[in-house]
Ligand binder design. Structure first.
Ligand code: SF4
Length: 166
């Protein structure tokens, strides 16, 4: 199974904490008004990668501590991303996934992929609730979901840092 990837950005410091590789997946069904990546909406753009090629690209920078799947809509390629996510977690990377879907609506492969992440940032970009100050998200409706705690409690729980939601 292959992946359609728009780009891999090394040294990202805006797609989650620490030094990260941001993987921009091509294709998105949400068409949010004010989308900042309109070139990633089409499903025919980008280039085709195998899981092994993507893992090798991420490993090129030995200082990378985290990986973020963003886009585009990573969940549209959930089945192909699952083995990538599994290898990344085996290798000790912190894994974040951005999705325009709500956590509660994820099912099948989308839910399985979400369960492999450390944090899922959910919900579409809402231009009316745009924020330049909230960390790691574009609009205030989006949640930073602590995956391990949410799965344990059976409901979406937001990431707390020093005991506080961000
Ligand atoms: S989910 Fe992201 S990539 Fe997709 S339309 Fe919304 S802002 Fe753009």
């Amino acid at each position: 199974m292959t992946l359609r990837v728009a780009s891999v950005l090394h040294d990202s410091v805006t797609d989650g904490p620490g030094l990260r590789a941001a993987v921009f997946l091509q294709g998105c069904p949400h068409h949010c008004e004010g989308c900042q990546n309109p070139g990633l909406l089409g499903y025919e753009g980008g280039t085709v990668w195998t899981a092994a090629e993507l893992l090798a690209e991420i490993a090129r920078n030995p200082l990378t501590a985290g990986v973020t799947f963003t886009g585009g809509e990573p969940m549209e390629q959930a089945a192909a991303l699952i083995p990538v996510a599994e290898r990344l977690k085996e290798r000790g990377y912190d894994l974040w996934i951005y999705t325009g879907y709500l956590w509660e609506r994820l099912d099948g492969a989308k839910s399985e992929l979400a369960g492999l992440a450390d944090v899922v940032v959910d919900g579409p970009y809402d231009a009316a609730r745009r924020s330049l100050t909230l960390p790691w998200r574009g609009s205030a409706n989006q949640r930073l979901i602590d995956v391990k705690k949410s799965l344990a409690e059976g409901k979406a729980l937001e990431l707390l840092i020093a005991g506080r939601a961000l």
